[in-house]
Design a protein around this ligand. Structure first.
Ligand code: GDP
Length: 327
């Protein structure tokens, strides 16, 4: 957005330990204006609107981890579901001309029986996260139709980069194999290796989000690569890049979810036709980017360098118990 000469405001939650490493990593911390706000608090949203007077809003705030939503279903509903309505209500009061992007999710399809998923596929959400996102999806549609607000849903399939949080499988793998390759760790324990995901490169998806808001009319759009791979494929590829044997990566029942989405593969043909968008980075290239970046970071860390980063301070999560399947 800065490259496109936008004046960028970002909201952040006040935390005892600030979490701005990504802004530092991108070198934009000083170039954006930060406003404290919380999607749980309507008044803070209203303040943020007054302070920024925006033309476009990219609503990405959420409890965004599917796994955690099984442990915190009510919190997830409040943040990921009601949060969107709090924002829509404040926009309706403040200025109905503001364009809104809603981060809808491929998780909303869940285990629906369709080979590829597009804007016409029925939803069958399979986690508290997905249900909260679907609630937001329909609210965006409602405010579009009932109040004539330019509110758009981007239905994004998994999009990854070296900035991905460590709890997500791509980054868990890239960080884990990087540590093993440098002798900093012995093994990596994952969960369900058979699940398939359609993984794309996040920067291209962000460009797509912007393209959606440049359209005259609001709509719903899928962003995906049209290819899906198993977690096992991801592990094989990552181990190859890191030069370690795949036997170092194992699957443990503790890391399985109570219920998992087995296969997600998106059909982005409508987006391609209407916006001219298409993905560029292949699965192999994406894995290479992420693994090489994490190896380089751990090498810098070994040399004693200081730089914005999450992994060296996050600790291991192998002792963290998540909710077990109760059936
Ligand atoms: P999601 O698609 O938004 O849930 O993204 P994730 O990266 O969290 O998970 C993608 C898939 O990887 C899911 O099917 C998980 O069950 C599977 N998976 C297997 N092992 C792990 C693991 O150790 N961590 C995470 N996060 N996912 C795992």
């Amino acid at each position: 957005m800065l490259e496109k000469k936008y004046k960028v405001f970002g909201t952040y939650r006040r935390l005892s330990t600030p979490n701005f490493w990504r802004l530092h990593y991108l070198g934009v911390y000083d170039k954006v204006t930060l406003i404290p706000a919380d999607i749980i608090d309507s008044r803070s949203i209203s303040e943020a609107l007054k302070k920024s007077n925006p033309d476009e809003i990219y609503h990405l705030s959420a409890q965004s981890f599917v796994g955690a939503s099984f442990d915190q279903p009510l919190y997830t509903s409040d943040i990921t579901g009601f949060g969107t309505v709090r924002l829509l209500e404040e926009v309706k009061k403040y200025n109905k001309e503001i364009k809104i992007y809603q981060a809808s999710s491929s998780e909303m399809y869940g285990n629906v029986n369709a080979k590829v998923k597009n804007e016409n596929t029925a939803f069958h959400p399979s986690s508290p996260y997905a249900i909260a996102k679907l609630y937001s999806y329909w609210m965006i549609n409602l405010y579009r139709e009932a109040y004539d607000i330019h509110a758009t849903n981007g239905i994004l399939f998994n999009h990854e980069s070296p900035l991905r949080g460590l709890e997500f499988v791509t980054r868990k793998v890239s960080n884990g194999v990087a540590k093993i390759s440098l002798g900093l760790s012995n093994n990596l324990k994952l969960g369900n290796l058979e699940a398939k995901r359609d993984w794309g490169y996040a920067p291209e998806y962000v460009e797509g989000m912007w393209m959606m808001l440049q359209q005259k009319n609001p709509d719903d759009y899928v962003l995906a690569t049209g290819e899906s791979h198993t977690i096992k494929d991801l592990v094989n590829e990552a181990c190859m890049v890191a030069g370690i044997p795949t036997s170092k990566v194992t699957s443990s029942k503790e890391n399985f979810r109570p219920f998992d989405v087995l296969d997600l593969k998106g059909d982005y043909s409508k987006t391609n036709k209407k916006l001219g968008w298409k993905p560029k980075t292949t699965f192999k290239k994406l894995v290479k980017i992420m693994v090489e970046e994490d190896i380089a970071r751990w090498q810098r860390w070994l040399r004693g360098e200081q730089f914005p980063w999450d992994a060296s301070t996050s600790g291991e999560d192998s002792h963290v118990l998540s909710r077990k399947k109760t059936k």
